[in-house]
Design a binder for this molecule. Structure first.
Ligand SMILES: [Zn+2]
Length: 707
């Protein structure tokens, strides 16, 4: 997953903070506020040890005021509006605000506290209002329009044209053309939405932390591998329950439990808790929030002249409209469901063989997947995990990035981190020139969101003729090392690391001019191309031989295991595809409504999933009440993006299959046309420039065994 700052547009000029001496107490406080000072740290990373919670709000207030002043200067400029004095000046008008926001929102995701959550509740409506006042400022929009109307004669390069187009569109969709009463309503909607999405995320974190499966009898651990038991014992110890075993709703805890636990009742217990997060009719319930978000998004889209929220969001994506999204996912749904039903039959047979004469349930699926995998392919995750020690996988992704893009990674202990678990790396090119700073935050914590994502503390751009280098951060939730063994990843987790690293490379290799067009700031259904294409290297035998080494013996993975992995490659892909597509349909269901008739979230969800014929043994990858991607993240109407991008990445990777996994001309072209190119161009043009033609779906169907 890729997170973008929700202030994408509101970036700005670095103003040398308060160089003149001022005397009032408030100004002293501002002058001493580390968020507003120049950061005297390696590569200008945030000085985490100096930033205290009380610094955020005054810094936000100052930075918003500063951006307003900068915008007033654009408006007051007596010269005719030009691309530079208007569009570029606006683009850089909020650099301080973006600096403060990036630290704050990153900490809110991965190092939060009650205090930060309270600040977010207070500051988000103000940020929303601030953004709206820029988008709805008629004098500013007038100047933008003047530049836009001359676009053909301005002699702009591709990236500049893109920035101008995007800026103009952003004002249109930000309400610049609305009448005063509609503008007022839209501001109310944006403010409410900013609070509701925060509330949704806070509730989800609380619900994830609130449940614990505590086991105190050893016999209830039947089926679990030693490593899983040991991790559960460590979790128990961390929660003051030494001597017991605790499983949580973090994926790194619940998933192995569902996969291996022979205790059907306990599997049912933890799975039920997992799929009911945000649905417990208590103070963390998300159902009312969902109905409000959906209604407000629809109203906003219609104020702007669109049929529904999805049409508004998709206009700037490769898909362009909901019909094109349905065209793709409908094409995949039917074959995926056929395969998933065959899988269900296999698992039911296995269950019968074990003497359980009951229907296969959702909480049985992962357990019998594992059993059948072992029987059919003589392969288990447990057998593979010793080859995926976290450090080895990290070295592997570093090596692949080095071979493809000429990057070197060096752990930098002098770079401050916000938590002792976090590692910082300096990234250079082969000549030793600085490219980026990279933070890696691998493990779950109670104050960190679940899942995996990439974001940045600073994007790449050119300012005053100087290239500003990016500061990238990658977050995962992998199993922690215990006293007796290192962090051993499943192959899925190793792929996740390659995935997030692909987003990271997209940020690190960026070679663009403007914050809004650089790095990962590309349309949502294109942004998963750089991340997902990296997953392809993770599973290539030639690459596995490089990094998949046994953590005890350092022996590379054997040919026999590689052959088994290959044979099992498309195993359970029916489930994976169906689970994912169901969530994509659910997302579209909520966001293609043109009339708000729903009053019951669970009934609506049931209706949406019955319509596509989802089988009861498979739960949508996310149910509505914990679907953070669409209700507190930036993937609303965009959850389909992963499969859309997979059409692109499977086909793009074909170029390497044809010419060689590390063919230098091909990797140079991938870097130039995709990874370094930000949003300089239309995504389809960038793809065609790399591949020489438009994408074909065949490679995806083959990879998932759906052809
Ligand atoms: Zn992603």
């Amino acid at each position: 997953m890729k997170k973008i700052s929700f202030l994408l547009m509101i970036l700005s000029l670095v103003i040398m903070v308060n160089s003149c001496k001022q005397n009032s107490k408030q100004d002293d406080q501002l002058a001493n506020n580390p968020l507003l000072q120049e950061w005297d740290t390696p590569y200008g990373v945030p000085p985490f040890d100096q930033i205290k919670d009380e610094h955020y709000e005054p810094a936000f207030e100052f930075a918003m005021k500063e951006q307003k002043d900068n915008i007033q200067k654009i408006i007051d400029n007596k010269d005719a509006a030009t691309f530079e004095n208007t569009v570029v000046a606006l683009e850089f008008s909020g650099l301080t605000l973006s600096k403060v926001s990036s630290v704050f929102f990153n900490m809110l995701s991965c190092n939060t506290s009650d205090s930060l959550q309270a600040i977010a509740q207070r500051i988000s409506p103000k940020l929303s209002k601030h953004g709206d006042e820029i988008m709805m400022n008629p004098e500013l929009f007038e100047k933008i329009k003047q530049v836009y109307s001359q676009k053909a004669s301005l002699n702009l390069n591709d990236e500049q044209k893109m920035l101008l187009e995007q800026t103009y569109k952003e004002f249109e969709n930000g309400g610049a053309n609305l009448n005063d009463s509609d503008k007022k309503r839209m501001m109310e909607i944006n403010e409410k939405l900013s609070l509701l999405s925060l509330q949704f995320g806070d509730n989800l974190l609380a619900e994830t932390n609130n449940y614990k499966l505590v086991i105190d009898k050893e016999e209830d651990l039947a089926g679990l591998p030693e490593a899983v038991k040991e991790a559960a014992a460590l979790t128990a110890k961390e929660n003051g329950m030494e001597g017991k075993w605790v499983f949580t709703l973090q994926n790194s805890s619940i998933m192995p439990f569902l996969q291996y636990s022979a205790n059907r009742e306990l599997r049912k217990n933890i799975q039920t808790a997992y799929v009911n997060r945000g649905n417990n009719n208590d103070k963390y319930d998300n159902k009312a929030i969902i109905l409000e978000i959906v209604a407000l998004r629809m109203e906003k889209a219609q104020l702007l002249g669109y049929d529904n929220h999805a049409s508004l969001v998709l206009e700037d994506n490769m898909a362009e409209n909901p019909e094109n999204v349905y065209k793709l996912i409908d094409k995949l749904w039917t074959p995926a469901l056929v395969v998933a039903k065959q899988e269900a039959q296999m698992y039911t047979d296995m269950m019968k063989k074990e003497g359980i004469n009951d229907k296969l349930q959702a909480y049985d699926w992962r357990y019998y997947t594992e059993k059948v995998r072992q029987e059919k392919y003589n392969l288990s995750d447990e057998e593979l995990q010793p080859y995926f020690k976290l450090e080895n996988v990290v070295d592997g992704v570093f090596e692949v990035s080095g071979k493809l893009f000429g990057l070197k990674f060096k752990k930098a202990d002098n770079i401050p981190v916000y938590n002792p678990d976090v590692q910082a790396f300096e990234v250079t090119d082969l000549n030793g020139n600085h490219v980026a700073v990279l933070y890696m935050d691998y493990f779950p914590r109670a104050n960190k969101e679940g899942g995996a994502w990439m974001t940045d503390f600073r994007g790449q751009y050119v300012y005053n003729g100087e290239k500003v280098t990016p500061i990238i951060t990658i977050n995962c939730n992998f199993t922690k090392p215990t006293s007796t063994q290192p962090s051993l990843l499943t192959f899925d987790e190793a792929s996740t690391l390659f995935h997030e690293f692909g987003h990271g490379l997209h940020g690190m290799l960026s070679d663009c001019l403007y914050p809004s067009t650089s790095g990962t700031n590309v349309p949502r259904d294109f942004v998963e191309l750089p991340s997902q294409i990296m997953e392809n290297w993770a599973s290539e035998p030639e690459v596995l031989k490089m990094y998949a080494r046994h953590y005890k013996t350092n022996e590379p993975i054997s040919d026999e295991l590689l052959a088994k992995m290959k044979a099992a490659g498309t195993f359970n892909q029916g489930f994976t595809t169906v689970e994912y597509l169901a969530a994509s349909y659910l997302d579209l269901y909520w966001h293609t409504m043109t009339e708000m008739k729903e009053t019951d979230v669970l009934a609506a969800e049931k209706n949406a999933l019955e319509k596509i014929g989802l089988m009861p043994e498979i739960v949508s990858r996310y149910r509505s009440t914990y679907f953070a991607h669409i209700f507190s993240g930036e993937y609303s109407s965009g959850y389909y993006s992963y499969i859309w991008s997979e059409v692109l990445d499977s086909d793009a990777f074909g170029a390497f299959k044809e010419k060689g996994l590390f063919d230098s001309a091909t990797s140079e072209s991938l870097k130039k046309n995709i990874f370094a190119n930000g949003h300089k161009d239309d995504p389809m043009t960038m793809f065609v420039n790399f591949r020489g033609r438009e994408p074909k779906i065949d490679a995806l169907l083959e990879k998932r065994g759906l052809n």
